[in-house]
Design a protein around this ligand. Structure first.
Ligand SMILES: C[S@@+](CC[C@H](N)C(=O)[O-])C[C@H]1O[C@@H](n2cnc3c(N)ncnc32)[C@H](O)[C@@H]1O
Length: 238
């Protein structure tokens, strides 16, 4: 399934790109030495090492300023990072060295610019909440992954109390008269975040989407946090 977007979805991708372009400078400054970002990277490493050894070819989709990708490259993985935001990629490139990772801009529509069966693993940290068509992207991950390849995704955990409050805030802030007022106020960045971060699904719904895209879900941890890590394996559906 190639990622063909309707006009509304294309606008969503463009607005997401603009939103993260604006945040890019502050993002890399804020997170470069942040223990929470280190923990985020380490969480991916701990899950990845269960399925793929260092040396494996890894795609980081929505890599942002590249901190998770760099952490995994330092652990010995062969990492490529892609992101829709050219500004994020510019910052990520400042981290790149001879041993990688390699970073590239991806336009957010159409196939990923990679051959079929070319990756051992795909990771995506805190990106799927922003995508207008998550299943189409997952189908493309399935195409670029080798049979049996690993997928690690973090998505908002809607069982978490912070996320529950965020959902109520989201519904109120997106109510048209309130939205119109907030658009012009100092809360517009928070408003854009809540509007663009649109996929706030239950774990069961993510599981159905993964299944439809050809993935077998391997683990769904019980512990709750603001983000949940879903691990899956590309099944042979050809
Ligand atoms: C919350 S940030 C996470 C960045 C990084 N993965 C991390 O964990 O720090 C979300 C990232 O997803 C990227 N993104 C959003 N929509 C995208 C799309 N359609 N294609 C590729 N990247 C996208 C954004 O530009 C942004 O860098």
């Amino acid at each position: 399934m190639t990622l063909l977007l309707n006009q509304r979805s294309e606008r969503h991708v463009e607005e997401t790109k603009g939103f993260f372009d604006d945040l890019a400078g502050g993002w890399s400054k804020r997170y470069a030495d942040d223990p929470a970002m280190f923990a985020r990277s380490q969480r991916f490493y701990s899950s990845l090492i269960m399925y793929q050894q260092p040396g494996a070819k890894l795609l980081d989709f929505g890599c942002g300023s590249g901190l998770v990708a760099k952490h995994l490259a330092d652990k010995g993985y062969n990492v490529t990072g892609v992101d829709v935001s050219p500004e994020m990629i510019e910052h990520a490139n400042l981290l790149s060295s001879v041993s990688g990772p390699e970073f590239r801009v991806y336009a957010g529509k159409g196939e990923l610019p990679f051959e079929a069966d070319s990756y051992d693993a795909v990771i995506s940290s805190s990106v799927f909440e922003y995508l207008p068509d998550p299943q189409a992207i997952l189908s493309d991950f399935h195409r670029v992954l080798k049979n049996g390849g690993t997928l690690l995704l973090t998505v908002p955990d809607m069982r978490n109390s912070f996320r529950k409050k965020e959902s109520i805030k989201r519904a109120l802030m997106l109510f048209p008269p309130i939205h119109y007022f907030l658009k012009k106020s100092r809360w517009r960045e928070g408003l854009s975040y809540l509007r663009l971060s649109c996929n706030r699904f239950s774990i069961e719904r993510w599981q159905r989407i993964l299944d439809a895209a050809g993935f077998e879900v391997l683990s769904v941890p019980d512990e709750q946090g603001t983000l949940i890590m879903l691990s899956a394996r590309a099944q042979d559906v050809r």
